[in-house]
Design a binder for this molecule. Structure first.
Ligand code: SIN
Length: 353
C-alpha cells in the first residue's frame, strides 16, 4: 500500500466477522468430511481463499471474534458480537457486514441480531449477512467458499430493492436471519428458510414484501445485555412420560424463565400443571411453544394458558429462549413495561411464507 492510500478501515468497506463453525472447520481426512473440528481456520484465511472471486474494487476488513463450534456459543460471546455489530453499524466506513457462523446455533444468533439491531440496520441502509457451511473447509465440494462469496455480494450490492436489515445467505438462497433454522444434521441444504430468494440478486417480490412487513412491525431494537446480565432461561421439552420433577427442580433455583417446548400445538403434559403454577407464582416467566419446530403457537390454544404464560407465536424453542431473555432484560432496563409487553412485540412479528 502506498503511503497516501487510506487503510481499508478508513475507507468504505465490508466488515467480515468470524465466529467459527464448520465453514472454518477442518477434517482430519478430507474424504471423511463428517468427522472434523469446527473453528480451525481464521476468517482472514477464508477470505484469502476466495480473493480472486471478490468483486473488483470491493474492500473487505476481517475481524475474528471467536473460532468456536457454535454448539458452545455463550451469552457473553453473543454480547460481544452484538456490541461489535452495533459499533460497525455506527461506523460510516462500514457499508455492510458478513458474519461467518456455525450452523448449529445460527438460529439463535439470527434472532438475537434482529432484536438488538434489526431496526438500526434497516434505518442506516446496511445489510448484516449471516452465513456458514455444512462441509468443512478442506472437504471436496466444500460449500463455505460459495456461501461466503454470496454473503459478500449480498452485503455489498446496491440497496435498490432489498433494504438494510439482518439476513442469512446459504446454499444459494437468502432469508431474514431470524427465519433461518437448521432442520437436518448433515444435508447441504440443512439450514432452511421458509421463503427462498435468489442470492444472485433476483429477489422474489412476495418475499420482499414479507421482509418489509416484518420491518414495519419491528419498531424499536431491544437493549443489548452485557455478558453477565443475561437472565437465566431454560428450555424444557414435554414428552410421553414427562415427570413433575422436570419442572419442580427449577423452583427456587434462581432460573428467571422457562420455555416450554410442548407437543403439537404447544400443549404440555398434565404432570407439569402443578409445578408450573408454582413456578408462575414464584415469578418465573413462562413461554409456551411447540416442539414440532414449525408453525405457530397461539394463546389459549389448545387450552387456556396459565396466568402470565405467553404463547410464542412463530418462535421456535431456541428463538423463544433468546426472545424471553431479551424481553426480561428490556423490562429490567425500562421498568414502565413488563417482560410480557416486550415479548409480545416479538411474538407478533409476521411469518414470511
Ligand atoms: C457449528 O455450528 O459450529 C458446527 C456445525 C456447523 O457449522 O454446521
Amino acid at each position: 500500500m502506498s503511503p497516501n492510500q487510506a487503510k481499508p478501515e478508513n475507507s468504505p468497506h465490508i466488515l467480515v466477522l468470524g465466529m467459527g463453525g464448520t465453514i472454518a472447520g477442518l477434517a482430519a481426512k478430507p474424504e471423511n468430511p463428517l468427522q472434523y473440528e469446527a473453528g480451525q481456520v481464521t476468517v482472514s484465511s477464508l477470505l484469502a481463499h476466495i480473493e480472486s472471486a471478490i468483486p473488483e474494487g470491493l474492500k473487505l476488513v476481517s475481524h475474528q471474534i471467536a473460532n468456536i463450534n457454535s454448539r458452545n456459543l455463550t451469552e457473553p460471546l453473543l454480547s460481544l458480537l452484538g456490541k461489535t455489530v452495533q459499533e460497525a453499524l455506527a461506523n460510516n466506513w462500514v457499508k455492510g457486514l458478513v458474519i461467518t457462523h456455525g450452523t448449529d446455533t445460527i438460529e439463535e444468533t439470527g434472532l438475537f441480531l434482529q432484536l438488538i439491531c434489526g431496526k438500526s440496520a434497516q434505518e442506516l441502509g446496511k445489510r448484516i449477512i449471516l452465513t456458514g457451511a455444512m462441509l468443512p473447509a478442506n472437504a471436496a465440494g466444500a460449500d463455505g467458499p460459495s456461501n461466503l462469496l454470496d454473503a459478500i455480494r449480498w452485503a455489498s450490492t446496491p440497496l435498490d430493492n432489498c433494504p438494510g436489515g439482518v439476513y442469512a445467505v446459504m446454499d444459494g438462497r437468502a432469508c431474514l436471519a431470524m427465519d433461518l433454522s437448521k432442520r437436518h444434521p448433515t444435508a447441504l441444504n440443512a439450514p432452511l428458510q421458509s421463503s427462498p430468494s435468489s442470492s444472485a440478486g433476483l429477489i422474489n417480490p412476495s418475499w420482499l414484501s414479507g421482509v418489509k412487513a416484518v420491518q414495519a412491525a419491528w419498531n424499536e431494537d431491544l437493549p443489548l445485555p452485557k455478558g453477565d446480565e443475561w437472565p437465566w432461561v431454560e428450555i424444557l421439552t414435554s414428552h410421553a412420560g414427562a415427570r413433575p420433577q422436570t419442572v419442580a427442580q427449577w423452583l427456587g433455583s434462581g432460573v428467571k424463565g422457562l420455555v416450554l417446548a410442548g407437543s403439537g400445538m404447544g400443549g404440555f403434559h398434565d404432570a407439569w400443571q402443578t409445578p408450573l403454577a408454582e413456578a408462575a407464582s414464584q415469578g418465573i416467566a413462562l413461554v409456551r411453544t411447540s416442539r414440532t419446530g414449525a408453525g405457530s403457537t397461539y394463546p389459549n390454544i389448545p387450552e387456556k394458558d396459565l396466568e402470565g404464560c405467553l404463547a410464542s407465536g412463530t418462535l421456535t424453542a431456541p428463538r423463544a429462549r433468546i426472545a424471553l431473555q431479551l424481553a426480561l432484560n428490556a423490562a429490567k432496563v425500562d421498568k414502565s413495561l413488563t417482560w410480557q409487553d416486550f415479548f409480545a412485540r416479538i411474538a407478533v412479528l409476521p411469518e414470511i411464507r
